[in-house]
Design a protein around this ligand. Structure first.
Ligand SMILES: [Zn+2]
Length: 348
């Protein structure tokens, strides 16, 4: 049956969101609130692509996405917004995702940032949003977002997945504990990564969908329906555990003592990245890709697009240079080796 659409109503009252508004806990008022909201999805990998798709389809007013990486063939197994063409073109994930999301819902104001989230820029990245959705793949960045959100009073929806296992919690400053209270130091969350044990795609969709559900409750003004628990699940050996969130710890450096240690830390110079043999070097300053293309072409096979320059080194590894100064060293997970190749080709 054809759906009637009035010319006198804004799009959010028309057919696009009719099923969402028919759902009583949201209704037209909830939809109006969703349309007036601004959301950040941090990380546009497996979780992030599902989260951003849900937010765009639900009709948030403004959607900011941020990711430091570019699309590779090994991402396509689980990162739902990308295709083979994106990988062949080595598009930054934020750029490729923005193009897809704009086709999904042209009413959403999209803002795509190709950046690493650091203590220096996290304030700007979370500024002006009502909600932050965690699509990151490491605890260093999660704790950075946690501290930035709790300092500003922005709710943070934690999500993580590795192997067939995932977990998620909605963390609200002043009401629930924070991520530090749940997991402690980053070392406590280290060990198993998608690099060491792999990942099956369905667990990602499930975790991200639970995150998106909490986001919709919050954005629609239905906070009373919030799930105050840490949900952990395993889709392979089916297990599901729903643990009530502990109270905020009085001695927690973020939500208790309000010191927010992650915001004070120096960015580590070399970071081993989850998911593949890659080390990121922060770099000293902007890189002129034209100049570096000419320079590296003397000793390496180089290829580039407007966003990055790739150099296949004679040693077997590969460098990927970004204009903001970051360099990915691919083919090693050893920071010292990466540092050495960086110094060899880029200099310090
Ligand atoms: Zn805390």
């Amino acid at each position: 049956m054809a759906e009637a659409k009035s010319d006198h109503q804004p799009e959010w009252l028309g057919s696009r969101y009719s099923r969402q508004m028919l759902f009583k806990p949201i209704g037209p008022e909830g939809q109006r609130r969703i349309a007036a909201s601004a959301v950040l999805v941090a990380g546009m990998g497996a979780l992030g692509t599902v989260l951003a798709s849900h937010m765009a389809r639900a009709g948030v007013g403004k959607l900011r996405i941020v990711d430091r990486d570019y699309v590779e063939l090994s991402n396509l197994q689980r990162q739902m917004l990308y295709d083979e063409e994106d990988a062949a073109r080595m598009l930054p994930k934020a750029v490729a995702a923005q193009a897809k999301l704009a086709k999904i819902n042209s009413d959403v104001r999209l803002e795509a940032l190709v950046e690493d989230i650091t203590p220096a820029n996290v304030g700007r990245i979370v500024d002006g949003v009502d909600l932050v959705l965690d699509g990151t793949d490491n605890f260093r960045t999660r704790l950075l977002l946690n501290d930035a959100c709790f300092k500003r009073g922005i709710p943070f929806v934690y999500g993580g997945a590795v192997g067939s296992h995932g977990m998620t919690a909605m963390l609200v400053p002043g009401e629930t504990c924070c991520l530090r209270c749940l997991i402690g130091s980053p070392e406590a969350g280290a060990g198993q990564t998608c690099d060491t044990v792999g990942i099956v795609a369905p667990v990602v969709d499930i975790v991200a969908s639970f995150q998106a559900a909490e986001a919709l409750k919050f954005l629609a003004g239905a906070g009373e329906a919030r799930r105050d628990s840490l949900l952990t699940l395993d889709v392979w050996h089916f297990q599901c555990l729903n643990i009530r969130l502990p109270a905020p710890k009085p001695d927690c450096p973020a939500c208790g003592l309000k010191i927010y240690p992650a915001l004070r830390e120096e960015e580590p110079d070399a970071v081993v990245m989850c998911g593949r043999e890659t080390v990121q070097i922060s770099g000293r300053g902007p890189l002129d890709l034209n100049r570096w293309e000419a320079h590296l072409a003397r000793s390496c096979a180089v290829s580039r697009n407007p966003f990055l320059l790739r150099a296949d080194l004679p040693e077997g590894e590969r460098l990927v240079l970004f204009p903001d100064g970051r360099v990915l060293v691919q083919g090693t997970d050893n920071p010292a080796r990466a540092r050495s190749l960086y110094d060899r080709y880029i200099g310090s």
